[in-house]
Design a protein around this ligand. Structure first.
Ligand SMILES: [Zn+2]
Length: 332
């Protein structure tokens, strides 16, 4: 219900009074319904958002991206089986504040996550190669012959820029990732042990990552964050690791755009509520919690379900370290 200024001028006083009356009544009714929902259950209510399932998404990844347990989504949507979601289906995500764009799952990402069964990854460390050209094989040779790294390529991943017969934006997986070994890319702050090393081919003191490199980096990093629960503040440039003496990944690396793109995909700072509000805090806040969010609810749904609330407070981001996506069935 909206009042446009141009219409206002044409209205008579009586019409205007009627319109304002209608708004007041409808606002009152909405509030009353909300209060009823709270009182009848004795609990505060939290709303969520409707997420439209896209090709390649799984319920597991949707739950990771929104940091809501699968069971909660299954329950809220009366799903018979978590494996049965369809492209185009709307899922109610309890507690979510905005619709998140989930990166499509491809076979390479599936392979990468399949290799990555270790629980130790806490950081993502971004590097540039400081060379205009390159690929994983070239850097592997350099690391073995010049740097005398016994296990070769020091990075876990290389993102190519279209040189040396690699596609622009191609993600190459290093042997250290496949074997879940320490990297040899960042000694500072124990980066080799707990940091996933991603190198983008290029010298970002002179140029910037290509659009395809940027997209691949966002794609890879967001999946790694979902999988290992890595918060946004732990995605660092090499030079940001405390004690590092380098300007890697160069002054032109687009940090602002990169962090923004990750945020759009549901990667959050650990201090934000969705990354794990302590249980006692949620309980203490129970009587005061009533989040009313309807972000991008499809029209058909908003008519029938606009006041739908879920009468449970979900502890978001419970630190489940399930590293298994094998049973997930991909939406087709
Ligand atoms: Zn570096």
């Amino acid at each position: 219900m909206t009042l446009r200024l141009s219409n206002l001028e044409k209205m008579t006083n009586e019409e205007l009074a009627k319109k304002i009356g209608a708004i007041v009544i409808s606002t009152f009714l909405t509030s009353a319904i909300l209060l009823l929902l709270i009182d009848s259950r004795g609990l505060a209510t939290i709303e969520g958002v409707y997420h439209r399932v896209r090709k390649g998404e799984t319920l597991w990844r949707i739950s990771r991206a929104y940091k809501v347990d699968i069971e909660n989504i299954v329950e809220s949507n009366n799903l018979r089986s978590p494996n049965k979601i369809k492209v185009g289906q709307y899922l109610f995500i309890p507690g979510a504040e905005k619709v998140i764009r989930i990166e499509p799952h491809d076979s390479q990402i599936r392979y990468i996550l399949h290799c990555g069964t270790s629980n130790r990854w806490q950081y993502i460390v971004i590097h540039h190669s400081e060379t205009a050209k390159g690929n994983a094989r070239v850097f592997d040779r350099y690391h073995r012959k010049q740097r005398h790294f016994r296990h070769g390529l020091g990075y876990h991943f290389v993102i190519c820029n279209g040189t040396y017969r690699r596609r622009d934006g191609q993600i190459e997986i290093g042997g250290r990732w496949k074997k879940q070994m320490d990297g040899a890319h960042c000694r500072a702050n124990n980066g080799n042990r707990v940091g996933i090393g991603i190198c983008l081919v290029g010298n970002f003191n002179k140029s910037k990552p290509t659009q395809k490199q940027f997209d691949s980096l966002v794609h890879l990093a967001s999946h790694l964050c979902y999988q290992y629960g890595i918060p946004l503040e732990n995605i660092k440039g090499h030079k940001e690791m405390s004690g590092a003496k380098t300007d890697c990944p160069g002054k032109n690396f687009p940090w602002k755009e990169f962090r923004e793109a990750l945020r759009e995909r549901g990667v959050t700072y650990s201090s934000t509520t969705s990354m794990g509000t302590p249980g006692w805090l949620v309980l203490a806040m129970l009587p005061h919690l009533c989040v009313h969010v309807r972000d991008k609810v499809p029209d058909a749904l908003s008519r029938g379900n606009s006041t739908r609330c879920v009468s449970t407070v979900y502890l978001l981001g419970a630190n489940d370290k399930k590293l298994n996506d094998k049973n997930a069935v991909v939406a087709k």
